[in-house]
Design a protein around this ligand. Structure first.
Ligand code: ZN
Length: 119
């Protein structure tokens, strides 16, 4: 459907004013149209990737929750803090741990829970 009407619109991509021939035209040029399209595709991809990352994180936290013995990395995920913080707590004696060979430290889940209980 073509018409001879001229409508002033604002491009949704570059925000410049332009003369449109229909009331539903969103972009001033084909360039803006395809750039906006590419951006939509890109942000969709980014969202999907972020979602995947989030789901993977949630899955690993669910696995950690049922573990009897936790590694330092497990604890960082569980209580959302750095490895250094965990080592500090362990070295302070507040958190009982088992020092395995090869610098691997594990912590019994119940000892970690005890850390957060008020006595
Ligand atoms: Zn534009």
């Amino acid at each position: 459907m073509s018409s001879n009407i001229e409508i002033i619109r604002i491009c949704e991509y570059c925000h410049n004013e332009f003369i449109a021939k229909t009331t539903v035209t969103k972009y001033c040029t084909h360039k803006c149209n395809s750039r906006a399209y590419k951006e939509r595709i890109k942000s969709k991809k980014i969202n999907r990737s972020n979602e995947e990352t989030y789901n993977t994180k949630v899955q690993s936290i669910e696995l950690i929750k049922v573990k009897e013995f936790l590694t330092v990395k497990d604890i960082t995920l569980l209580i959302n803090c750095s490895r250094q913080t965990i080592y500090k707590i362990i070295n302070s004696g507040k958190l009982k741990s088992i020092d395995l060979k090869m610098k691997k430290i594990i912590v019994r889940r119940s000892y970690l829970d005890k850390l957060f209980k008020n006595e």
